[in-house]
Design a binder for this molecule. Structure first.
Ligand code: FES
Ligand code: FES
Length: 155
């Protein structure tokens, strides 16, 4: 079956098996910045924004969201023009192996869209579905707070 999405602002059409999950459709079509791990909706590595809301793409059937707008971490910025969250994660040492990072940044992005002045508890709650084996989360929370400062300064 054919599905259409807008991904990171561009239109795409894919011919997919109706039983495929979005994570696999994205990765098979070059969006390898979306990471797969548990395939059970528990690690958060595969998080993307679907119509602005963070969702685990391993638990979404690609066919069910035909017509959706999808944002991956590359939709926020790139190495030459990083989003403040991307900049902050690098500068605050919140990236080690980097496997969880795309999903965590997208969860944080969705939080800041809704609440530009979150408390530490709000931040922890927003990323509590994004498991990280490396950082211990302290640097991630610091990075998100630093990104808030950068956003306010327009950087
Ligand atoms: S791979 Fe989707 S939540 Fe872990
Ligand atoms: S940086 Fe390695 S899992 Fe988070």
């Amino acid at each position: 079956m054919k599905v259409h999405y807008k991904i990171n602002g561009k239109d795409y059409e894919f011919d997919i098996h109706p039983g495929k999950v979005l994570l696999d459709v994205l990765r098979e079509n070059g969006f390898t910045e979306v990471k797969g791990n548990c395939y059970m909706g528990t690690c958060g590595a595969c998080t993307v924004l679907i119509n602005g809301t963070p969702k685990t793409s391993c638990t979404v059937l690609a066919a069910q969201i035909n017509g959706a707008e999808i944002t991956t971490v590359k939709g926020l910025g790139d190495i030459l023009n990083p989003h403040p969250l991307q900049k902050a994660f690098v500068e605050k040492g919140a990236v080690q192996c980097g496997y969880c990072t795309p999903g965590t940044i997208l969860a944080a992005y969705a939080l800041l869209k809704e609440n530009p002045n979150p408390t530490d508890e709000d931040i922890k709650k927003a990323i509590d579905g994004n498991l990280c084996r490396c950082t211990g989360y302290v640097q991630q929370v610091e990075a998100i707070k630093y990104a808030i400062t950068l956003l306010k300064e327009g950087k």
